[in-house]
Write a protein that binds this ligand. Structure first.
Ligand code: PRT
Ligand code: ZN
Length: 216
């Protein structure tokens, strides 16, 4: 009996800020997918890879569970979810930072300002760790989206959220007072990849490296 050909499964964001750059990198690496509208799984032509299109929130666990072998996700999402994976490549897109921001009318006195305050965020785990390290007693209020409006509507005193240009903060009368982590898109891999899959991954990373080197 002949073994079925080994296929590397990669989890990619279905739609959103990382989708286009992820697809573009795959395409320029010669890995094209037979995607149809709404399809969640796609086979590649000419390379033993299959794509799973997911919400970015689900990518770390999917790779950890081995449903996908590797994935492209923001370091922020990887850090928040807490699954142990191997970061095999930084991709230089999706760059942003996770920052604390407060109403611009507030006088900021340093991180102690947050003592006794209520902070809205979609990244409670990263924030909890940061406050613990700084010995700050603050209340963390988890919300899924539109974090920036929380202070304006009286839901929180401050926020902890993704910032890139900073214009969303300005539009909501907030000011950035501290960066907790910098992030970019990364390739994460399951820690127990079988050798055949590891070999496909290495070939893929070799192509990524050539594409990224020629782009600069
Ligand atoms: O549907 P799904 O769950 O997959 O997507 P999502 O809505 O959770 O995430 P998405 O697509 O918005 O972002 C995916 C990833 O892109 C994030 O996890 C980050 O790693 C990265 N990224 C890079 C960003 C930004 N830049 C960014 N600017 N994610 C979000 N933003 C938000 C920011 O919070 C602000 O509200 O964009 C808004 C504009 O930012 P400013 O500072 O430029 O005004
Ligand atoms: Zn998400």
């Amino acid at each position: 009996i002949k073994d079925t050909e080994t296929i590397l499964r990669i989890a990619l964001q279905k739609s959103g800020r990382l989708h286009d750059d992820s697809m573009d990198l795959m395409n320029r690496s010669g890995i094209k997918f037979n995607t149809g509208a709404g399809r969640l799984v796609a086979q590649s032509t000419g390379f033993p890879v299959e794509a799973l299109f997911l919400r970015d929130d689900d990518i770390p666990q999917t790779v950890y569970d081995g449903v996908a072998d590797i994935g492209i996700v923001g370091e922020n999402e990887y850090a928040e979810k807490g699954y142990e994976l191997e970061i095999v490549k930084h991709l230089n897109f999706g760059k942003c930072r996770l920052s604390l921001a407060i109403p611009k009318s507030e006088h900021y006195t340093g991180v102690g300002w947050f003592d006794g305050k209520k902070v809205a965020t979609s990244y409670p785990r990263i924030l909890k760790k940061f406050f613990e390290e700084k010995k700050i007693q603050a209340e963390i209020h988890e919300i899924a989206g539109s974090v920036e409006i929380a202070p304006g509507i009286g839901l929180a005193d401050a926020i902890f959220d993704i910032v890139s240009s900073g214009s969303t903060l300005v539009a909501n009368s907030l000011k950035e007072v501290g960066v907790v982590m910098y992030s970019q898109a990364v390739v994460v891999a399951n820690k127990n990849l079988e050798p055949e899959k590891r070999e496909i991954l290495d070939q893929m990373l070799f192509r990524f490296n050539s594409v990224m080197a020629s782009a600069t």
